[in-house]
Design a protein around this ligand. Sequence first.
Ligand SMILES: Cc1cc2nc3c(=O)[nH]c(=O)nc-3n(C[C@H](O)[C@H](O)[C@H](O)COP(=O)(O)O)c2cc1C
Length: 183
Amino acid sequence: MDFNEVINNRRSARVFNGENVSNKQIEEILQSACSAPSAKNRQPWKFYILDDEQKNHIMDMLFKWDKLNPEEQTSVKGSAEQIKSADKMIMIYSDSYKSKSKNRNYKKPDYISLGCAIENMSLQAINLGLGSCILCDTLYIENEINEYLEINNFEQICGFIIGSPIYNYPPKIKKDLKDLLLN
Ligand SMILES: Cc1cc2nc3c(=O)[nH]c(=O)nc-3n(C[C@H](O)[C@H](O)[C@H](O)COP(=O)(O)O)c2cc1C
């Protein structure tokens, strides 16, 4: 696929058709994350590839949280539906800011590095004919997920779902560049 096509075809996939994502495809997506730039080359990313049972458990926890917290009016239920539909889910962690760093100048650069890695994953998914979606709604139950996965020393960044997408995306509505220029 042409580079601009990869960029322009990237959308957050909401519904998947149930086809399997292979281990090789997961590896290619994660290898792309590892190629991303990072501040001082710290490569602060860590990945937890969930098995089906773990993915379903996290999905159930999100549905449960949504039922117990209707007043919060979040997109958690929608994210849980997306997890249900997706074939695979990866939890993304940072190993730097929370665990090692005493330097306040690590925090933003490391988040930027993680964003670079996650975007590489999204673009590689498109390149492989797959779809993906970043899910920060997992952070509503960050502690519960970390406890369940027995993750203590890393900071949860987001979930990332992958599957073979059903292309029912609404039109891509993006701000006009001319409205974004500050000078
Ligand atoms: C940091 C980040 C967090 C996101 N978290 C969620 C989420 O929790 N649930 C969800 O359905 N989509 C989530 N998304 C996807 C956005 O809703 C989506 O990127 C946005 O609506 C633009 O659509 P597009 O990705 O198709 O261009 C997230 C995206 C980013 C970059």
